[in-house]
Write a protein that binds this ligand. Structure first.
Ligand code: SAH
Ligand code: SF4
Ligand code: F3S
Length: 482
């Protein structure tokens, strides 16, 4: 029982709405709610920008809105169910109180289901896929004029929204996402993303660098560079190709006080050149999210991940040699098609070997039209999937707690994100290695770099005492002297 509750909590956290819109200006008020991954959060900032340029206002209040847009996720069935429950609620609201409310579904679920969504979900007025956001004002006009649903789910081979300056709302003003590419060409057997986001394409270098510079000017201290597989970033710039290590290097040069993270890095092409940029640039965080998905080579092969357990282990070892102290997080899927008990044990043993600092752990959910749905049987019983996932979660919790315990006494540079959830008298922020630290507020404020000594921990959080303000440049100097 305990375990199933834990699974629910995990899904709840991952699929919870990430933000709602702010700023009341313009005539028609739009309420925008976002589900799914960081990429979707970043897309909602594009949507907000397109709408604002076209005279729409953004509101935090669903009740005040003339237009409600839900930016959706299709990665697992329960992500879609969550959106459907939300739509039920909004539909009831629309029928009861506000008949001319326009209700729109954006994002991956819109792309996956297309017109079908209109049959399944009555009263939806708008279905717009991730590459069609420039068309939103026209579609909204059309839906409102004709009273008929408007749909644009065209995927593009070129669209990167490179010329659109994202409107950052619900932001802490410290940390921002910067999208560098869209789509995915990898076709992992379980994954719906290539269907919902189309072909991989990279955004021009100059547009990325100018967005990062703008963020620095606005006082941001951290960017997370986003793509489904950032390692395959490639852009022809003045006749030569810029790859991800070079792009990351150039981003790191924008400001010595800007911290840089990125996600997601596919293990199949995480190169030594990339690891060297990590080591050499003091403002690139010593942390990689490196989703393994599974610990057994045969399952990895069936998942079409294109690396073996051994190759993955070697990559971790190489990264630890090139970048001492680097921390890793991962994604793991339990109960993939045909997974035997012994293969599941291989996932657990890989976790024991690598000792991830953090993991996102999921139960396999069959997605229509994927390679796995077409070729394999989803044959691991639900109860077995749940039990295996709970074993994975329990093991990760133990590892995270053990690793956090070894941090007690250590000093870290923490970038303050804001007040801690529990108390205004305390602040929270992350270490370079992406661990959340809570400490007494004293005179520190959002956006400060603070040197903190760790005094205690749970499996999820470190507690510490602030030792003094610092800068990334000063810390780099300290390391060089040491
Ligand atoms: N581009 C990223 C992953 C994006 S999806 C990458 O390749 O790492 C985020 C995570 O959701 C995946 O890493 C995977 O662990 C999980 N996921 C994707 N499809 C899933 C499915 N059908 N069932 C369960 N988990 C899935
Ligand atoms: Fe999905 Fe694989 Fe692409 Fe990640 S790399 S988005 S898991 S197909
Ligand atoms: Fe979900 Fe689409 Fe992201 S399916 S995880 S919102 S790319």
């Amino acid at each position: 029982m305990q375990v199933i509750e834990d699974i629910d909590i995990l899904d709840e956290d991952l699929d919870a709405p990430k933000m709602t819109a702010a700023e009341a200006e313009g005539t028609r008020q739009v309420y925008l709610e976002t589900y799914g991954c960081q990429m979707n959060v970043s897309d909602s900032e594009i949507v907000a920008s397109v709408l604002r340029k076209n005279g729409f206002g953004l509101t935090h209040s669903q009740e005040e809105a003339d237009v409600v847009l839900i930016n959706t996720c299709a990665i697992r069935e329960n992500a879609e169910q969550k959106v459907r429950r939300r739509l039920d609620h909004l539909r009831a609201d629309k029928t009861k109180r506000h008949r001319d409310l326009t209700l729109g579904v954006l994002g991956c679920m819109a792309e996956r289901l297309r017109e079908k969504l209109l049959e399944q979900e009555q009263l939806v007025d708008l279905v717009v896929g991730p590459d069609a956001y420039r068309d939103l004002p026209r579609l909204l006009g059309e839906a409102e004029e004709t009273g008929q649903a408007a749909v644009n789910v065209q995927l593009s081979k070129e669209e990167t929204y490179a010329d659109i300056a994202p409107v950052r709302y619900d932001t802490n003003g410290v940390s921002a996402f910067v999208s560098i590419m869209r789509g995915c060409d990898n076709m992992c057997a379980f994954c719906v993303v290539p269907f919902t986001r189309g072909r991989e394409r990279s955004r021009p270098v100059t547009s990325i660098l100018s967005e990062v510079s703008q963020l620095v000017e606005e006082g941001y201290k951290e960017v997370t560079v986003l793509g489904q597989n950032v390692n395959s970033y490639r852009y022809e710039d003045g006749g030569r190709a810029v790859d991800f290590p070079e792009l990351l290097y150039r981003i790191s040069q924008v400001s010595p006080e800007l911290r840089i993270r990125y996600s997601t890095s596919h293990p199949k092409d995480c190169s030594d050149a990339l690891l060297r940029v990590h080591r050499e640039q003091h403002n690139i965080c010593n942390y990689i999210h490196l989703p393994v998905q599974h610990g057994n080579t045969e399952v990895l092969d069936r998942m079409r991940r294109t690396y073996t357990r051994e190759q993955y282990r070697q990559l971790i070892a190489r990264a630890r040699t090139i970048c001492p102290g680097i921390s890793f997080s991962t994604d793991i899927i339990a109960g993939f098609c045909g997974e035997t008990e012994a293969q599941h044990e291989d996932t657990l043993s890989l976790m024991r070997e690598v000792r991830y600092d953090h993991a996102y752990m999921f139960m396999y959910s069959e997605r229509p039209n994927t390679y796995a749905a077409r070729k394999y049987e989803d044959d691991v019983p639900e109860a077995v999937k749940k039990r295996r996932l709970s074993e994975i979660i329990t093991l990760q919790r133990t590892i995270s707690e053990e690793k956090n315990r070894t941090e007690i006494g250590a000093e870290h540079v923490v970038l303050v994100e804001g007040p801690s959830k529990r108390s205004d008298a305390q602040l929270c922020g992350r270490t370079d290695t992406n661990k959340m630290v809570v400490f007494d507020r004293e005179d520190y404020t959002q956006g400060d770099y603070v040197r903190v000594r760790i005094t205690d921990c749970t499996s999820a959080t470190l507690m510490g005492e602030p030792l003094g303000p610092t800068t990334l440049a000063a810390e780099a100097g300290r390391l060089a002297v040491a």
